[in-house]
Ligand binder design. Structure first.
Ligand code: GDP
Length: 489
């Protein structure tokens, strides 16, 4: 793991916690944001993390736990009554029983409070007896985070950027229908609800195809078009970019003026409140990244992921335009985590980390330092595979073994969701630049080159134990140490 940037906010949490404790009114609390684009693994991460904390799982690299200083961790009512609760019980139950399956993915913001009773490490801390930390976990779609880039951007600028971007690379083919409709829409023509609805529908289906597993593109605001949350079906989402100049002005009564008004309303009533009410209140943030899917999809997807990471870093640095100065993000630790590391043999975990580090480094050259301590990690929140060796033609191959989900396919074989299979997942190149340049890699089984596209595995069979269920993971404890370890020192 490499620390990429630090501008020294470290003391603040402790200072705030001390002030809070001294006042006797407010208990020390830490707000941890968990985000990532759809299917990156947010729900599985939070479920596994909260489970590990509350059952006291063995986590040697999470020091407070490893040193036996955590007396208990329990769920408690969350502080924000207006935010839906993260349904931990429902998500956990998905992992058990004969029909075990992955929990339902994040579709909107949710929150959960875990109260941790722990013993401080320091001399003074120990004199005051056990300490308490309220850990508030806030789960929200990464699509909404990318929206923060829209604050301070005019409809005209957003339009011209989005249209230009859609015309190049992998996007051109999937955006063809929407681009055609846009070319046929004279921006100066009279406003029309029909045109607005048609263009918005075509634009949304372009964004959806760009996000599918085959294309795996990342940078796609407005986020609510893909993750509408409670705005599903709302007229607030009935707009689309037009082919207008970045510095143009809309004629009164035109379709351009209508689209521009709706865009402004989106920024005003959706993006800004999200920033103010949720993002600006976070102390720590983990951004989950499905880097393997992007690597598998090819160079366009990798480039797009890098762009999205640059947007994420910009959001953490600025948060918003200067008039929002008082609400600048206060996040002082930011972890980028490549998820689903259990799709690789452990010999490639460090390489996956190095690839993500390279991507974040390249993104931060463009976006500037995040204004927080940044770290990179490859993890599996719930490990669905185990490792083994397969001998083929006198050669030993390191493999991963798991049950592919029903309907998953490798080569000609379609899996039934019941049988365990061994896969040679392919080696990630030791040089991250090489992996990124190639924009992917292929796995081989029995020595033959094969298009490996990662198969999704079913969650692991959890053996009931006398001390309760345990969810296997990879490096979850390292993530926790970086994100909250100092608050439990
Ligand atoms: P979200 O949209 O970010 O909430 O994503 P989820 O947490 O629902 O994860 C999406 C899917 O990714 C899951 O249904 C699993 O198929 C897969 N997944 C997530 N985390 C892991 C992991 O740690 N290991 C494996 N093998 N698959 C995972």
């Amino acid at each position: 793991m490499g620390i990429i940037g630090n501008i020294g906010h470290e003391a603040r949490i402790t200072a705030r916690s001390l002030l809070d404790a001294a006042s006797g009114m407010v208990e020390p609390s830490l707000r941890l944001g968990v985000t990532g684009l759809s299917r990156a693994g947010k729900t599985v991460f939070i479920t596994s993390l909260v489970h590990a904390l509350t059952v006291g799982a063995r986590m040697p690299l999470f020091r407070a736990a490893g040193e036996g200083r955590i007396a208990s961790a329990r769920l408690a009512p969350q502080p924000d009554d207006a935010v839906p609760r993260f349904e931990i019980e429902k998500h956990l139950s998905a992992f058990t029983g004969a029909e075990r399956h992955w929990p339902e993915s994040t579709r909107r913001i949710a929150e959960l409070r875990v109260v941790i009773d722990y013993q401080s490490q320091g001399f003074w801390g120990r004199q005051f007896g056990p300490s308490k930390l309220n850990l508030d976990i806030v789960d929200y779609p990464g699509e909404w985070l990318l929206d923060l880039g829209l604050m301070g951007k005019s409809f005209e600028r957003w339009s011209s950027e989005t249209v230009a971007q859609a015309r190049i690379g992998a996007r051109a083919a999937i955006a063809a229908d929407w681009l055609e409709a846009t070319a046929a829409t004279d921006p100066g023509t009279r406003e029309s609800e029909d045109v607005a609805r048609r263009n918005a529908a075509l634009f949304t289906s372009y964004l959806r195809s760009a996000r599918d597993a085959r294309h795996a593109l990342s940078a796609l605001p407005p986020g609510r078009f893909l993750m509408p949350g409670d705005l599903e079906g709302s007229p607030a989402l009935t707009f689309a970019p037009l082919d207008v100049p970045a510095d143009g002005t809309a004629p009164a009564g035109s379709i351009w003026a209508l689209m521009g008004r709706r865009y402004d309303a989106y920024v005003q009533h959706v993006v800004r409140p999200f920033f103010r009410d949720h993002f600006a209140r976070l102390d720590r943030q983990i951004v989950l990244v499905d880097a393997l899917t992007a690597l598998n999809a090819g160079p366009d997807a990798v480039m797009d992921l890098e762009n999205a990471l640059a947007d994420v870093l910009t959001a953490f640095r600025h948060g918003g335009p200067s008039w929002l100065g008082v609400l600048r993000p206060r996040i002082d630790r930011l972890l980028f985590a490549a998820t689903k590391a259990d799709h690789l043999h452990h010999t490639s975990h460090d390489r996956l980390e190095a690839i993500l580090a390279k991507l974040v480094e390249r993104a931060s050259v463009r976006a500037g330092a995040a204004g927080a301590m940044v770290d990179i990690l490859a993890l599996a929140s719930v490990r669905a595979t185990r490792e083994g060796q397969v001998r083929r033609g006198g050669v030993e191959y390191p493999v991963i073994i798991g049950v592919p989900e029903a309907g998953e396919q490798a080569g000609d074989e379609i899996f039934d969701g019941e049988r365990e299979m061994a896969f040679f997942p392919g080696d990630l190149p030791a040089d991250p630049s090489q992996a990124l340049a190639a924009g992917g890699f292929r796995g081989r089984l029995s020595g033959a080159e094969a298009d490996m596209r990662f198969v999704n595995f079913r969650p692991p069979q959890i053996e009931p134990a006398p001390w309760g269920m345990r969810l296997p993971h990879i490096r979850l404890d390292r993530a926790l140490e970086f994100l909250i370890g100092d608050a439990l020192a």
